[in-house]
Design a binder for this molecule. Structure first.
Ligand code: SAH
Length: 378
């Protein structure tokens, strides 16, 4: 399996959507068809504020222009292919079909104090980490800004409609921990973060602090993110404290090693004041030895960091499995004894293949792109 940093060439672009455009660009599109510019704000308010793109809901717009404007600015981007729930309906995975037939997944999780959606930034992934199901099929393509944002809007809509256990809720958190390497699709990711955090009507108005961007450690893109000075959480998928092992678990480590990745993470921490989340999947007899816990502690001691240990989730064809409870407990104890803040992630969605590393919807586009609008999830 080779690493793919560049996206393979693709047949066409996803249809243009208002979430791809700035407020000025949206107005231009609307005035371009002879409508007053404020109609763009009306559409945005429906989409970002009420999570709808359906002409029938837009009673403040003249009936005659609704279809026209929604076709222009709110084309259907995601069609629900399948939805699976578990945890008594507190966790729901949705498989979305994109305009070209590529499939991506997002996972919505309700907790006592928050509702989080885990979204995909690419169809497939080029990073080829051997323990992750998404990495096994390779990269199909980058998602557009709007294809990312629309996953969040769909989640917000499901929340207010009371589709999750516990009744109507507000979506509060977004984690870029679904399919793909978000920093390999930097521009779309960044625009998506802006759309998610700009107040209504130009965005969803979520708090920057409630957004987490997770990366394998693409150092140049991490540096760009530092320069944006966003108050998001940066998660680094480390999985090993030493280059020898990390080269095999996270192959891009051969390009940017542990020291470079962590140095850049500390730059992010010192620039933003935000604690770095260190992701570490515990794999039995692979990376869970006490020596590695000590080595990890040495790297993180005194740093603005928190370790998230993730018991390895099973993936098809992998010989690896989660650590024994005893090794996990020892690993946690060593880190904490060194003063490194550490928790073990309560993994959601294992039984519906929705947990970390299990998102594997076959991502290949089917036949040449069909018409883009048409059936929609709305
Ligand atoms: N490409 C980014 C975003 C994906 S986040 C990244 O790697 O950070 C998904 C998280 O789940 C990553 O930390 C990833 O390493 C972890 N993961 C992948 N496969 C896993 C598995 N089988 N069990 C537990 N965690 C896994």
């Amino acid at each position: 399996m080779t690493i793919q940093l560049e996206t393979p060439s693709r047949r066409g672009k996803p249809p243009r959507h208002l979430a791809d455009l700035s407020a000025a660009e949206r107005r231009e599109v609307v005035t371009g068809v002879g409508q007053p510019g404020y109609r763009a704000d009306q559409l945005s308010r429906h989409y970002f504020g009420r999570f709808t793109g359906s002409p029938a809901d837009m009673t403040d717009l003249p009936a005659a222009v609704r279809d026209r404007l929604t076709t222009l600015l709110l084309p259907a981007l995601l069609t629900e292919q399948r939805a699976l729930t578990c945890d008594d309906n507190a966790t729901r995975k949705t498989v979305w079909r994109l305009f070209d037939g590529a499939l991506v997944e997002s996972v919505l999780m309700r907790y006592p104090d928050r509702v989080t959606v885990c979204v995909s930034s690419q169809a497939g992934c080029g990073m080829a980490c051997p323990f992750c199901a998404t990495g096994q099929a390779g990269l199909t393509r980058n998602l557009s800004t709007a294809e990312i944002v629309d996953q969040v809007v769909a989640a917000a809509r499901a929340c207010v409609a009371g589709e999750l256990a516990g009744g109507p809720a507000r979506l509060s958190n977004v984690v870029f921990m679904g399919m793909g390497e978000p920093l390999a699709n930097y521009d779309a990711l960044l625009h998506a973060v802006r759309r998610l955090t700009t107040p209504v009507p130009d965005g969803l108005g979520l708090a920057q602090r409630h957004i987490t961007v997770s990366t394998v450690g693409l150092v140049p893109a991490m540096r760009r993110l530092v320069a944006e000075r966003l108050q998001v959480t940066l998660a680094v998928s480390l999985h090993a404290p030493d280059d020898e092992l990390r080269d095999t678990l996270v192959p891009i480590n051969t390009r940017w090693n542990v020291a470079e990745v962590l140095d850049t993470a500390w730059e992010f921490a010192s620039t933003t004041g935000r604690r770095i989340s260190i992701e570490y999947a515990l794999i039995r007899d692979v990376n869970d030895q006490p020596e590695r816990a000590h080595l990890l502690a040495q790297l993180l001691r005194g740093r603005l960091a928190h370790v998230n240990l993730i018991p390895l989730n099973p993936t098809p064809g992998s010989k690896w499995t989660a650590s024994r409870p005893q090794s996990e407990a020892t690993f946690v104890r060593i880190l904490r004894a060194a003063g490194v803040s550490t928790t073990v992630r309560d993994t959601r969605g294992r039984e519906i293949d929705a947990a970390c590393g299990q998102l594997a919807a076959s991502t290949r586009p089917d036949k040449p792109a069909k018409a883009t609008a048409g059936s929609s999830q709305r």
